[in-house]
Design a protein around this ligand. Structure first.
Ligand code: ACO
Length: 335
């Protein structure tokens, strides 16, 4: 069974409640209809209720009446969420008046539903920028215990099964933290290993990448990767992880054995951790475009509860898959 099928089956077997804050966004609404039809998740749509119902009729969607629709401008539970938000943000200077106003904002309301335990996860971003989706989630959901930094992983399906595990690899951080600290880089490596295991269903062999392999170059950026590798290994000795490795030493067996003969990851890495966002973001897009890989994600990792961001160019299928992945993250977090 292919990975997406496994992810769908797992979601169907352990149904989660997923909130889609952009409920009146056409692709999101069409994806919601299919998700409900396939029994992947219980869907909560945030948006103008009448508009959503009219769109469902216009698009001939047969399942939207099974979704829970929450209209942020006509929400009997508004004060519950406003008070929750005020409670979380008052130390940052938020007033009750501001909290009441934000409880009517679709994105804040979606995030607050997850925080309150009224939804198990959130998928958004078909209409909003990454920053607009991430900021409320970072402020309200926050990170899981022991993690200070949210990051974004892509599951890469390569046309060439010579690399990774049968052509499947995980890349991170490709989406969130522009310049991680040394500690954060170690955390990203650990979170990515967990995403590789729980979501991509591969046994992670993690390489923290650099322009140096085992001391071949000297630079403060190399020192950072060496130290992050040390921290990650110390915190999670159960993870097969190594650094600093160049990309070829990480994934090509002959280069790995010549440049890093004592490494148990070199030459067979299936999980690549990049030293900063610009490298990860550029790398995944180049592999996607030049090598013809399918890139599924970003799967956001490190949040206390799963929240995922779509690209504004996403397809209905992208939304569908990311909701199924979000369900799997929620299931994994509850185990
Ligand atoms: N992890 C955890 N918490 C974070 C992180 C992080 N990576 N970044 C910020 N925060 C927290 C802050 O501590 C702060 O919390 P607080 O208000 O409770 O103190 C809160 O989030 C807001 O922080 P700000 O500093 O106001 O947010 P900032 O303006 O730095 O924005 C953001 C954070 C949106 C993640 C920013 O770093 C960003 O834009 N990153 C790049 C996103 C992007 O454009 N990615 C590429 C496109 S995606 C793609 O191509 C797939």
């Amino acid at each position: 069974m292919d990975l997406i099928e496994q992810i769908k089956k797992n979601a169907q077997a352990n149904k989660q409640r997923i909130v889609l804050p952009e409920g009146d966004e056409p692709r999101t609404l069409k994806a919601a209809d299919q998700l409900i039809a396939d029994g992947i998740a219980d869907i909560i749509l945030v948006g103008p209720a009448q508009k959503i119902k009219d769109m469902a009729v216009e698009f001939e969607l047969k399942n939207i009446d099974k979704a829970c629709i929450i209209d942020p401008k006509d929400n009997p539970n508004k004060m519950k969420y406003a008070e929750l938000l005020y409670d979380i943000r008052k130390s940052k200077g938020m007033t009750m008046e501001q909290a009441e106003e934000l409880a009517e904002n679709f994105m804040y309301l979606g995030v607050l539903l997850v925080k309150a335990g009224d939804a198990d996860g959130l998928v958004s971003g078909a209409r909003s920028t990454t920053g607009d989706m991430l900021r409320p989630a970072l402020q309200i959901i926050k990170t899981s215990p022991g993690v200070s930094c949210v990051s974004g992983a892509f599951i890469m399906f390569l046309p060439n099964d010579k690399y990774g595990t049968d052509g499947r690899m995980v890349f991170a951080d490709c989406a969130v933290t522009p310049v991680p600290t040394t500690e954060q880089l170690a955390e990203i490596a650990i979170c990515t290993a967990d995403t590789a295991k729980n979501i991509a269903k591969i046994d992670p062999a993690v390489a923290i990448l650099s322009f140096s392999t085992k001391g071949s170059a000297k630079h403060e950026d190399v020192d950072k990767v060496i130290e992050a590798t040390r921290i990650a290994k110390e915190r999670r000795p159960d993870i097969l992880l190594d650094g600093e490795l160049q990309a070829d030493a990480a994934i090509v067996p002959s280069v790995g054995s010549s440049k890093a003969p004592n490494s148990d990851v070199a030459g067979k890495a299936n999980t690549l951790v990049f030293p900063r966002l610009e490298v990860g973001n550029i790398a995944y897009k180049l592999v996607q475009r030049l090598a013809g890989a399918e890139a599924v994600g970003p799967v956001l990792q490190g949040f206390a509860k799963p929240c995922n961001d779509l690209s504004r160019g996403c397809s209905i299928d992208d939304i569908y898959k990311l909701v199924a992945i979000t369900c799997n993250q929620a299931i994994a977090q509850k185990q």
